[in-house]
Design a protein around this ligand. Structure first.
Ligand SMILES: Cc1cc2nc3c(=O)[nH]c(=O)nc-3n(C[C@H](O)[C@H](O)[C@H](O)COP(=O)(O)OP(=O)(O)OC[C@H]3O[C@@H](n4cnc5c(N)ncnc54)[C@H](O)[C@@H]3O)c2cc1C
Length: 358
């Protein structure tokens, strides 16, 4: 899939057919009503199978993304939106990031103006993953301009609506890894969205997005750790069988110890991820843990993949041996959905009470 940049439709359909997409969704809409902890185990397993982010990203958004609809949507919306998502008939993408504002989410510039029973949206988004295939979009835009709100976190509104390609231009961004799962720039001008697709109250969208954001950080950390384990598995298999200077290369501690160290780092991260997921499930505030595990997972999974490539010599660089694909994909959790610098900014400010840097 990575070589041909083809959407993994067979995998995504199989996951939907067996009911896994509803793992975190309420049972009255067809879900299994399990928690983020179970969903994280599932997503780690998908990535660890060798599918990496290519496999996990094609279902990722559908697992956690509609948490704001579950929590803040009305009954009609929950039925209309959750049932087709769980059945795999509709796929969702998630549009927060904008080209001119980046991580400074509160400065979003895309604007929605109310006109009768519709809103009219104009603006742009960037890095919207899966928008080439998604039928639906969860989108955060301003309904009150920044200079007219008391707090910058107010005046942002969330919509879950049809991704109408006659109204929204979707252009794929060519990227380093995960070629099969697209990421895009979006542009829209006078895009009419029904007011009945607004989630929760006007102006309260940021709070709703935050609820899902911590869940995403935890889930994506599980996927990162899964990729790290997959890389270690490939490298260990190779190091057991590749014989040079009359012995398996894995018998040399120069090869074995970096792999063992990477396993220790991954396993400690995994345990902390499970703690974070359980805290989220039990309704505790998870900002500290979500950011800490997102940071650790990004760094430790990267180290595991880099170690795997280097342990395998030339074959680490050959596509047939997979670890180079893991290394390209595992840069993603260092950058997105929030960068490692912003995770550390959060810990510096909220845990260590150091002055805010931005
Ligand atoms: C593969 C991929 C898929 C994505 N999918 C989606 C998606 O589906 N939906 C979506 O909305 N977004 C998506 N994103 C966007 C992603 O969330 C953003 O790229 C990310 O939030 C960083 O924003 P930016 O690229 O604009 O970085 P910028 O805001 O331009 O920042 C650039 C760099 O400067 C650093 N920096 C900035 N300010 C500070 C500071 N005060 N202190 C320290 N460092 C700082 C950042 O950490 C970062 O490394 C995706 C990104 C990628 C790469």
């Amino acid at each position: 899939m990575d070589n041909s940049a083809r959407w993994p439709s067979e995998f995504q359909e199989a996951v939907a057919k067996d009911g896994w997409l509803g793992i975190m969704m309420p049972s009255q809409y067809g879900g299994s009503e399990l928690g983020l902890a179970e969903a994280t185990v599932m997503m780690q397993t998908i990535a660890e199978s060798g599918g990496g982010y290519t496999a996990s990203s094609c279902v990722h958004m559908n697992i956690f993304g509609l948490a704001p609809v579950v929590k803040y949507g009305n009954e009609e919306q929950r039925r209309r939106f959750l049932v087709p998502l769980i059945e795999g008939k509709e796929r969702a993408c998630f549009a927060v990031t904008e080209p001119n504002t980046g991580l400074d989410t509160l400065k979003l510039q895309s604007l929605a103006t109310r006109q009768g029973d519709h809103y009219v949206l104009s603006g742009s988004k960037i890095w919207t993953s899966t928008a080439q295939v998604a039928e639906k979009i969860l989108i955060l835009v301003r309904t009150t301009p920044l200079d007219q709100v008391k707090k910058p976190s107010e005046g942002l509104t969330l919509f879950y609506t049809d991704l109408d390609r006659t109204q929204v231009s979707v252009t794929e961004i060519k990227k380093m890894g995960r070629a099969a799962v697209d990421t895009n720039s979006l542009y829209f001008d006078n895009w009419r969205v029904p007011a009945s697709d607004r989630i929760g109250a006007e102006g309260q969208g940021f709070k709703m997005i935050l609820h899902g954001m911590n869940a995403e950080r935890i889930l994506l950390s599980g996927e990162a750790v899964g990729i790290g384990y997959a890389a270690l598995r490939h490298a260990s298999n190779y190091a057991r069988s590749r014989v040079v200077f009359g012995r398996p290369i894995g018998q040399n501690q120069g090869v074995a110890h970096p792999l063992a160290k990477a396993w220790c780092q991954l396993e400690s991260t995994r345990l902390m991820i499970m703690q974070a997921a359980k805290m989220w499930d039990e309704g505790f505030e998870t900002g500290e843990y979500a950011n800490a595990v997102k940071y650790l997972a990004g760094e430790n999974a990267f180290t595991a993949c880099e170690t795997a490539v280097c342990s395998m010599g030339g074959m680490g660089y050959a596509k047939d041996y997979h670890v180079e694909r893991f290394l390209r994909e595992v840069i993603i959790p260092r950058l997105a959905p929030v960068s490692r610098e912003m995770c550390l900014n959060y810990i510096s400010e909220k845990v260590l009470e150091l002055p805010r840097s931005y």
